[in-house]
Ligand binder design. Structure first.
Ligand SMILES: *Cc1c(COP(=O)(O)O)cnc(C)c1O
Length: 395
């Protein structure tokens, strides 16, 4: 029996493990891996991915304190680092759930230290060096190094790491990234001169892992590569062979024949110039399927490519199945993944829609259940159908 039919995302946990092994083989001996599972594991489900990669990682990274708490509540025991600045409201949760966070402002460090002392413990932090991203972090200056020392001296603070983030590691020209690394090393030296030695130094994202062995330091932060997608077309795709993890499957809900001159979908942007057989697919931009695939995208039905006709609606779109033999309602439609000899990749969707591959992954929405596979068998499912609204308005 199928658990879900309208649309569901398949998550291949064997591919996740393969990707972790492949990356590990490309890292210097002893380099720790930090598994980045922010944005619900890039749309794959943070908890099941975290469980699958647990044997490979030293710890995890997420974007928000709430994402970290979800992991803790599902039994994840290893270190978790929030990569961004946590608003003051989240400090109690950080301390209560033993979650590390990115801190680089003395002002915030003081507040976090107070919160930790109130709970009778220390808050673990990773300092951030801004070496070229201009997003968050300490600049590479003597004053910034002094501020780091002040932060370290707070009684409720334990400095576990220092990281920076590369802005251009996924580009062919590594000059800018090498400069970022130089700035980072310089900052590490400035802290050393002040007697501040930091246990875990980490810089690399996926692009760094694939292309920059010199940037390994003590740990690396693997994000999109866990999910089998290369950070860009400019990275070396031969050193680490990644296997895509995400698939997206749906079904044909309706088939009809239209006459020449019939317009299809909102705005009538497609008009048939001959008799055509049209299949309706019950997926739309409300599921995170890009509207910019209107008139351009393709799906796989009966092992063949069927082109999208007209605009993608919120919940449905139409495809041309005129030349596909024997199409029937309830046939499987593959939106991402393989069917017979054909494959539609996340990169295809990004390229065709003029979008961004990371965004395609993260945007797969709450209306799409996730189904987890190991050895070709379903080992778990997850959906977001149980709305937990707790408002004051009652029906
Ligand atoms: C998202 C993120 C990563 C992971 O990046 P990928 O390109 O997906 O590997 C690593 N470090 C930081 C600070 C991030 O925000």
């Amino acid at each position: 029996m199928k658990l879900y039919s309208r649309v569901y995302e398949t998550v291949d946990l064997d591919a996740v493990r393969h990707n972790m092994e492949a990356m590990k083989a490309n890292l210097a001996e002893g380099t720790k891996m930090i598994g980045v599972v922010k944005c619900d594991g890039y749309g794959h489900g943070a908890v099941p991915v975290a469980i699958a990669i647990d044997p490979y990682v030293w710890g995890y990274a997420v974007a928000t304190v709430e994402e970290a708490v979800i992991l803790r509540k599902h039994g994840i025991k290893k270190p978790i680092l929030v990569l961004g600045v946590v608003p003051y409201d989240g400090y109690d949760l950080l301390v209560e759930y033993e979650i590390a966070s990115a801190v680089f402002q003395y002002k915030r460090a003081c507040r976090l230290s107070e919160t930790a002392l109130k709970h009778g413990t220390k808050a673990v932090i990773h300092l951030v060096a801004d070496t070229g991203m201009s997003r968050i972090g300490l600049g590479i200056t003597e004053e910034a190094a002094d501020e780091a020392v002040k932060i370290k001296s707070l009684p409720g603070i334990e400095v576990e790491g220092l990281f920076t983030h590369f802005a251009k590691a996924d580009e062919t020209d590594k000059a800018a990234t090498n400069r970022q690394m130089e700035h980072y090393r310089k900052f590490v030296d400035m802290l050393m001169e002040r007697g501040l030695e930091i246990p875990i130094l980490h810089c690399s994202n996926s692009a760094g892992i694939l292309d920059l062995p010199a940037a390994n330091f003590h740990a690396v932060r693997a994000g999109i590569s866990i999910y089998g997608i290369y950070p860009s077309d400019q990275v070396d795709k031969n050193t680490v062979k990644l296997i895509p993890v995400m698939g997206l499957k749906s079904v044909v809900t309706y088939i009809k024949t239209i006459t020449s001159g019939t317009a299809v979908s909102y705005g009538g942007t497609f008009v048939a110039d001959r008799e055509m057989v049209v299949a309706t697919i019950p997926v739309g931009y409300g599921d995170g399927y890009p509207r910019n695939l209107s008139g351009k995208g393709e799906v796989l039905i009966r092992g063949q490519r069927a082109k999208i006709l007209g605009r993608v609606c919120m919940d449905q779109f139409m495809v041309d199945v005129t030349d596909i033999e024997g199409v029937e309602e309830d046939d499987e439609a593959v939106l991402i993944g393989k069917q017979a000899e054909h494959e539609i990749t996340v990169d295809d969707l990004a390229n065709t829609s003029g979008g961004f591959h990371y965004e395609i992954l993260c945007d797969i929405g709450k209306r799409v259940p996730r189904v987890y596979y190991e050895d070709g068998k379903i080992v778990g499912t997850k959906d977001y159908f149980d709305d937990n609204y707790k408002g004051f308005l009652k029906v």
